[in-house]
Design a protein around this ligand. Structure first.
Ligand SMILES: [Zn+2]
Ligand SMILES: [Zn+2]
Length: 191
């Protein structure tokens, strides 16, 4: 999505942008995680205005994605929400401190700080797609969970602990004591 700077005033203009699967595929190109799928039509609502010399971009993202639970591997629908407020200052004679920033300013007409709420711009047209891609990435859960207390799969026998239980279920295989506990059990200890 391109935004023309010279048309902006202190009166916000509002835009809606739908996220197509193709748009998103381009944003996550190179990422190894292709296991998620959009449900319905996710989109951005964006308000752009001038604050003196600065550009104020406020907006929100809402969508729903089908992802795999990181514990039980079941696919489920994860609602995604993210809102932001970004202030872009004219870059003037400054140079972004990192090569990525220099490249982004060159390519998109803007560059951002790490926390995505401030940045610099230059020129009359801004390409917002990389920024919007970051917003969606932020909305996505690092460790998707089908429900907060998902019991996951048994690391030993692999059954879904949400549905059945097994004999090994009381031993946490991630624990450093798991091996010891298993040993105790084998030797008939009273653990
Ligand atoms: Zn789960
Ligand atoms: Zn088990």
């Amino acid at each position: 999505m391109k935004l023309r700077v010279d048309g902006l005033t202190d009166n916000p203009v509002e835009r809606h942008l739908s996220v197509s699967p193709a748009w998103w595929a381009e944003r996550v190109a190179g990422s190894t995680d292709d296991s998620h799928e959009w449900v319905g039509e996710p989109g951005f609502d964006l308000r752009a205005s001038m604050l003196g010399q600065d550009i104020l971009l406020e907006g929100s993202f809402a969508g729903e994605m089908e992802v795999a639970c990181s514990r039980c591997l079941k696919r489920y629908r994860q609602p995604l929400r993210e809102s932001w407020r970004l202030v872009l200052e004219p870059v003037g004679a400054r140079t972004p401190p990192d090569p990525e920033g220099v490249e982004m300013l060159e390519r998109d007409g803007l560059c951002l700080a790490d926390d995505l709420d401030v940045g610099w711009y230059r020129g009359k047209t801004l390409e917002l797609d990389p920024f919007l891609g970051e917003v969606v990435s932020l909305a996505m859960p690092l460790q998707p969970l089908c429900r907060e207390n998902c019991a996951g799969l048994c690391p030993r026998c692999g059954i879904d602990r949400n549905q059945e239980s097994c004999d090994c279920s009381e031993i946490n295989a991630d624990s450093p004591f798991a091996a010891l506990a298993a040993l105790k059990k084998k030797s008939g200890g009273s653990g």
